[in-house]
Design a protein around this ligand. Structure first.
Ligand code: ATP
Length: 573
C-alpha cells in the first residue's frame, strides 16, 4: 500500500481528540486495506511488531537529526535550531522537506512495505558501522517521502507518534469495521479476550477480516496478559465480591512473572509482556528443577531477599533486575529472588484457563516442589470466616508482606481483566504509578544530572498525560557512596531520559512518556499549577516500575476519587 495513504490517516486521526471519531476514521480505513496489509496495524501504533516484542525501532533524537540533515541537504545544527523553535522533530522534517521540494518537486512512491522493511532492519543491527547504516536506512525513506510522510516517519522512528491512539481504540475500530451493529458489543468483548490471550493486533485484524471467530488458542511460550486485581474496601466487601468460602493468599511485594515452558524451553514474561528470560537465569534453573511438566503457563510473583540476613526485601530493592542486561551473574548473587507461584492456566497441552480457581490451585500445588528461597506456592488459606481472614492478614504483615489477595474459588482466569475474581486487601499506602514527562537539570553538585522530574497521570482522552507534580526526593545521589546498590540514582534516571527528550527550554526538558515510577505522597491537593488540576504533597520516589505498562498507570479518575475519599482511612487489622 502507498505510505501516503497511511500518512493521511495519521493526520486525520490527530485532528480529533474524540474517541468515537477516531474509531470511525479507523474502521473505514481497515475496511479498505487488505489482509496482506496486516502489518500496518503495528504502524498505526507507531510500532513494527506486536507491543510485547522486544525488537523496537529505538532511534534517538540525535540519530534522527542526522538523517533529516542528510536527506534534506542542510547541516545538523540547522536541524537542531529548527527543533528548538518547532519543538517536534517530525515538524522539522516536514518543514525542511517542503523547502527542498520547491527545488526538486519529486513524486513520492513510498510504500508501507518499504517503510516496514527498512524499520525492521534497525533493531537487528549490531557491531561496527551500525550508526551509519541506521542513518542511511532512515535517510533512504526520508529522501523519497513527501513533507507529510516525513513528518510521521520521523515521529515513528523516534517513538513519539503523537496521534493519541490506543490499542483499545483500534480494537473497537476492528469490531465496527467487520461486525454488524447488533453483534458489535459481543465482538468487542471477543476481540478483547482474544487480544488478552494473544496480544497481537495484526492477528486480530486478520481473523476479523477473514470473518473468523476469535478462538485464538492458548499456547505455552507466548505471553498472555495477566489477570488484575480489584480493591476490597473491607473483608466483608471481599466476601460479597469473591463468594464464601474464598482463598486468601499472602500478597507478596515483588513483581509479576508469567512462567512459560514449552518443549523443555523456559520463557519468562513480565506483566508488560516483556521477555526477561535472560535476566533471570536463576529462575530458569529453579523452574527446570522444581516444576513438573513438559509445558505450562504459571502465574507468579517474584520477591527478593537479602542474601545475608535472608529477610524479604521490598520490590524497589530488586526492580533493577528486570532491566539490567549486563552483569546478570553478579546481580543474581547480590539480589537473589524467590518465586511465589499462585496460578496456572495451561498444563501439558491442556488449556485450563476456564477451570475454577480451586481446581487450578490444586493442580499447581501438585506440580510445584516447594523449597524456600527458590520457589513455593503462595501461602494460602481457604476460609469463610472474617476473623480468619483478619488473622491471616496480620500474619502476612508480620511476615513483611503487603497484605492479602482474596480469590474467588469458582472463577476462571480472565487475562487482562480486573473483573473482581481477585481482590487486594492492603493498607492504603498513598502510592501512585506515574510517568515522567519532563525534568529539570540540577545545579551545584547535581549539575549535569536531571534532578527534578515532572510526573503525569493518565488523562481521560486517548494518549493524554496530565501533570500532577514534581519529584526529587527518594532518588540516590551516587552509587559509589552507598554500601548497598539499592534504588535509583539521578545519574541513572538522567541516562534513561536523555534519549527521550523532545523539547528543551534552558534547564528544563520535555520527555516522551516512557519511564514509569512509583511515588508515595502524603496527600492529594487541588492545584492550578498542573494541568491535571491536582498536585501531590510531599511526593517521594520509591521505585522504577519497569514492569508496568503505560496503559496501567494511575488515572486522573483514580486521583479524583482518592481526593474525595482522602478523609476515610481504611484499616483491616
Ligand atoms: P495492579 O496490579 O492492581 O495494577 P499494582 O501493580 O500496584 O496494581 P497491587 O494493586 O498492589 O499491584 O496488587 C496486585 C498485584 O499483587 C498483582 O499484580 C501481583 O503482582 C501481586 N501479587 C502478590 N501476591 C499475589 C498473589 N498471591 N496472588 C495474586 N497476585 C499477587
Amino acid at each position: 500500500m502507498k505510505y501516503k495513504k497511511l500518512a493521511e490517516i495519521y493526520d486525520e486521526l490527530s485532528s480529533t481528540t474524540k474517541r468515537l471519531e477516531k474509531i470511525e476514521i479507523l474502521s473505514k480505513f481497515l475496511k479498505e486495506i487488505g489482509e496482506s496489509d496486516r502489518d500496518i496495524l503495528y504502524l498505526l501504533l507507531g510500532d513494527i511488531y506486536p507491543e510485547h516484542d522486544e525488537k523496537k525501532i529505538g532511534i534517538s533524537s540525535q540519530l534522527a537529526i542526522k538523517a533529516i540533515a542528510k536527506s534534506t541537504g542542510v547541516t545538523n545544527s540547522e536541524v537542531v535550531n529548527e527543533w528548538k523553535s518547532l519543538g517536534d522533530l517530525g515538524k522539522v522534517a516536514e518543514k525542511l522537506k517542503k523547502q527542498k521540494r520547491q527545488s526538486t518537486l519529486s513524486q513520492s512512491n513510498l510504500t508501507t512495505e518499504k517503510v516496514i522493511s527498512n524499520l525492521r532492519k534497525l533493531p537487528e543491527m549490531e557491531g561496527k558501522g551500525t550508526v551509519e547504516k541506521k542513518i542511511s536506512l532512515i535517510t533512504e525513506l526520508l529522501t523519497s517521502a513527501s513533507p507529510l510522510e516525513a513528518l510521521y516517519l520521523i515521529r515513528i522512528v523516534i517513538g513519539d507518534l503523537r496521534i493519541g491512539l490506543k490499542s483499545s481504540t483500534v480494537r473497537n475500530a476492528i469490531a465496527k469495521a467487520f461486525f454488524k451493529e447488533e453483534e458489535k458489543k459481543n465482538a468487542i468483548e471477543e476481540i478483547q479476550n482474544a487480544y488478552d490471550m494473544n496480544p497481537d493486533l495484526a492477528l486480530v485484524f486478520e481473523l476479523a477480516k477473514k470473518g473468523k471467530r476469535f478462538s485464538i488458542e492458548l499456547k505455552a511460550g507466548k505471553p498472555i496478559k495477566v489477570m488484575l486485581a480489584q480493591k476490597a474496601n473491607t473483608i466483608k466487601d471481599a466476601f460479597e465480591k469473591a463468594g464464601k468460602p474464598l482463598a486468601a493468599e499472602f500478597k507478596y511485594d515483588g513483581f509479576r512473572m508469567m512462567i512459560n515452558k514449552k518443549d523443555g524451553n523456559i520463557t519468562l514474561y513480565t506483566r508488560r509482556l516483556e521477555n526477561v528470560t535472560n535476566q533471570f537465569p536463576d529462575i530458569v534453573d529453579v523452574i527446570k528443577k522444581h516444576i513438573n511438566g513438559n509445558s505450562f503457563i504459571v502465574d507468579a510473583e517474584v520477591i527478593g531477599y537479602n542474601p545475608k540476613t535472608k529477610k524479604y526485601v521490598p520490590f524497589q530493592a530488586i526492580s533493577q533486575r528486570i532491566k539490567r542486561k549486563y552483569h546478570v551473574e553478579r546481580l543474581v548473587k547480590e539480589l537473589p529472588v524467590e518465586v511465589k507461584a499462585f496460578d496456572i492456566v495451561y498444563l501439558n497441552g491442556k488449556n485450563i484457563i476456564k477451570e475454577p480457581f480451586e481446581k487450578r490451585t490444586e493442580i499447581l500445588k501438585k506440580i510445584v516442589k516447594n523449597e524456600r528461597y527458590k520457589i513455593t506456592t503462595a501461602d494460602q488459606k481457604i476460609t469463610d470466616s472474617e476473623k480468619e481472614v483478619r488473622d491471616f492478614y496480620n500474619k502476612a504483615i508480620k511476615d513483611n508482606q503487603e497484605g492479602l489477595i482474596l480469590k474467588n474459588l469458582k472463577a476462571p482466569y480472565k487475562p487482562g481483566s480486573r473483573v473482581g475474581f481477585m481482590l487486594k486487601l492492603k493498607e492504603e499506602l498513598r502510592d501512585y504509578d506515574l510517568v515522567i514527562t519532563g525534568a529539570e537539570y540540577g545545579t551545584g553538585k547535581r549539575s549535569g544530572w536531571m534532578s527534578s522530574f515532572i510526573l503525569s497521570c493518565l488523562g481521560e482522552k486517548d494518549g493524554e498525560f496530565l501533570e500532577i507534580g514534581k519529584v526529587g526526593t527518594g532518588i540516590k545521589e551516587k552509587f559509589e557512596e552507598q554500601e548497598e546498590k539499592i534504588g535509583t540514582s539521578f545519574h541513572e534516571l538522567t541516562e534513561m531520559l536523555k534519549p527521550l527528550i523532545t523539547k528543551e527550554h534552558g534547564k528544563t526538558v520535555e520527555v516522551k512518556p516512557k519511564v514509569v515510577v512509583a511515588v508515595t505522597y502524603q496527600e492529594v491537593q487541588k492545584s492550578p499549577n498542573y494541568n491535571s488540576g491536582f498536585a501531590l504533597r510531599f511526593p517521594r520516589f520509591t521505585a522504577l516500575r519497569e514492569d508496568k505498562p503505560l496503559s496501567e498507570i494511575t488515572t486522573l479518575n483514580e486521583i479524583k476519587k482518592d481526593y474525595e475519599n482522602q478523609k476515610k482511612d481504611f484499616k483491616y487489622s
